[in-house]
Design a protein around this ligand. Structure first.
Ligand SMILES: Nc1ncnc2c1ncn2[C@@H]1O[C@H](COP(=O)(O)OP(=O)(O)OP(=O)(O)O)[C@@H](O)[C@H]1O
Length: 389
């Protein structure tokens, strides 16, 4: 780790990782990160309400969010009851709450639709910028693989965001915390969903860099469809003619790309690197960084990347718990794509759209004797842009 003055949080799920935002939000082109409305993401010529982008994604001209009072959200979460706490991140605590499905008004006593209410810790002055960033991006970006922001509250020192509830938790939970191994088909389905989310952000005319891609940010709906959450660190990509934005280093150790750590230059392809790290975690069932592993193995990428180019070696690094659920051909392909995503030079990494194509193809060709190609319940990625094998 050893980065002075950086705001990288550790990769442990219970991190205190305060993503400090003392630096300005301006990028190297002098444009502000505060997007205000959807027109920031499209060329002036195509500005219109509800601009349709691609792959069932949409950019709204202005946020369509319900404004809540603090009291309403207190009611919805039964007074931010400890038992209803879903977890705690660098930004604050997240509580389960309930609202009426149609009116989105708070409801009492667990009736109506379940939501996740993120409450910025009131001492966290720095967190306000992150609250605003998440609000700015998720208020106008809509895609089946991005978590939906339903409303917000800004009252005195209180800042809250109300999200759709993700009943299956995070990829982090399924990969690293649950006892039984997580099936191969679902792992691939989730990575396809996450790739679609990133490809949507990268495909906007004014690209968006997610900047904090990691398993705890990939939330899962009841059908294990992946939705990118967070967005507190998201950043508008470089404007025309520039390759990167310059910014203070923030994110999570283990996932941040080497060029970003070394220079503060953030590329769209820095997200692709993080995606490659998560793919490696998905393949091996091991965490990106684990100081308890033997010397030389603490960093998953440094340790296992050299094995990804060898057909023979890559078979040996796959999570033992999912043996027999994949064909050797798909493992070779996955090794290849993971290797290129984690290329040290961002120019040599593929675009997310290319990664998505490879993963969709892998999902189709995984024919294992005695198993159908897409066999776990709900494992086919039919939610958005189904692909016919
Ligand atoms: N929409 C949601 N539905 C269900 N659970 C959620 C939702 N949003 C967040 N959570 C849960 O709340 C916990 C905290 O989430 P949060 O996004 O604040 O932090 P994080 O991603 O774990 O870490 P950090 O903010 O430091 O990157 C996580 O365990 C997450 O699974």
């Amino acid at each position: 780790m050893g980065l002075c003055n950086s705001s990288l949080s550790s990769s442990s799920p219970s991190k205190t990782g305060l993503h400090s935002h003392a630096s300005t939000n301006n990028n190297s082109n002098g444009t502000n990160n505060s997007v205000g409305g959807g027109s920031q993401f499209v060329e002036a010529s195509s500005e219109s309400s509800g601009v349709f982008m691609s792959d069932s994604g949409q950019v709204l001209e202005s946020p369509n969010l319900r404004v809540y009072s603090f009291l309403e959200l207190k009611t919805a979460t039964e007074g931010f009851k400890q038992d209803l706490m879903l977890g705690e991140g660098g930004f604050g605590r997240v509580y389960r709450g309930w609202i009426h499905a149609e009116t989105l008004a708070p409801s009492k006593g667990g009736s109506g639709m379940t939501v996740a209410v993120k409450r910025l810790s009131s001492e966290s002055l720095q967190g306000f910028e992150e609250w605003r960033t998440a609000f700015n991006f998720l208020g106008v970006l809509s895609h089946p693989n991005l978590v939906k922001l339903l409303g917000y509250c800004r009252e005195d020192k209180e800042h809250l965001l109300v999200y759709e509830f993700m009943p299956k938790g995070s990829l982090e939970y399924h990969l690293f915390q649950r006892k039984e191994s997580f099936p191969w088909d679902l792992r691939i389905k989730i990575m396809i969903g996450a790739a679609r989310g990133l490809a949507f952000l990268h495909g906007l005319q004014r690209q968006v860099i997610y900047r904090d891609f990691k398993p705890s940010q990939i939330l899962l709906d009841s059908n294990y469809e992946a939705k990118l959450s967070g967005f507190e660190l998201a950043k508008l990509g470089p404007s025309q003619g520039n390759s990167h934005v310059s910014t203070r280093v923030m994110g999570t150790f283990g996932y941040a790309a080497p060029e970003y750590l070394a220079t503060g230059h953030l590329y769209v392809k820095s997200d692709v690197y993080a995606f490659g790290v998560v793919l490696l975690e998905v393949l091996t069932g091991l965490r990106a960084i684990d100081p308890k592993r033997p010397r030389g193995q603490e960093s998953l990428v440094d340790w296992l990347r050299p094995k990804l180019s060898s057909k023979h070696k890559v078979q040996k690094i796959i999570d033992k718990g999912i043996k027999g659920q994949y064909s050797s051909k798909v493992v070779t392909e996955l090794g290849r794509i993971t290797l290129s995503c984690t290329e040290p030079d961002p120019k040599n990494r593929p675009h997310m759209k290319e990664v998505l194509d490879v993963l969709e193809n892998i999902q189709c060709i995984n024919v294992v004797p005695g198993r159908s190609s897409i066999n776990s319940a709900g494992a086919s990625s039919s939610h958005s842009s189904p692909r016919h094998c």
